[in-house]
Design a protein around this ligand. Sequence first.
Ligand SMILES: CC(C)(COP(=O)(O)OP(=O)(O)OC[C@H]1O[C@@H](n2cnc3c(N)ncnc32)[C@H](O)[C@@H]1OP(=O)(O)O)[C@@H](O)C(=O)NCCC(=O)NCCS
Length: 91
Amino acid sequence: MLNRYKKNSEKIAMGLLSFMPEEKDVKKLQTTIKEYEANSNWHLYLWKEADDVIGAIGLRVDGDKAIIQHISVNPSHRNIGIGKKNDSRNN
Ligand SMILES: CC(C)(COP(=O)(O)OP(=O)(O)OC[C@H]1O[C@@H](n2cnc3c(N)ncnc32)[C@H](O)[C@@H]1OP(=O)(O)O)[C@@H](O)C(=O)NCCC(=O)NCCS
């Protein structure tokens, strides 16, 4: 299930975002997470299964478009369809 990012998940969110090629640099990663916290057009969601956070997706709203800026799945849960999955509440 997708859950909106909250500050208490900052470390896990940063860990997931760091798998993105352009987020390898820690300073860049910190800037990115701050932007998700502060910018009302930036939206970060975490994918949770049971009690584990195993994925993240970050969107930027630009007018009537929502642009996927970040998508990341924990390496031990890849290639089983999580990246392509819909949230069951929004099918
Ligand atoms: C990309 C990523 C989110 C896919 O998550 P996933 O849960 O393994 O994806 P799914 O199992 O739903 O789907 C796998 C498909 O994604 C494709 N894929 C994997 N990495 C990809 C990438 N960087 N760009 C485009 N497609 C990619 C696979 O080729 C596979 O395609 P297929 O079904 O046609 O064979 C995951 O590999 C990841 O976190 N990578 C590191 C972060 C990253 O590179 N993010 C995307 C940058 S564009």
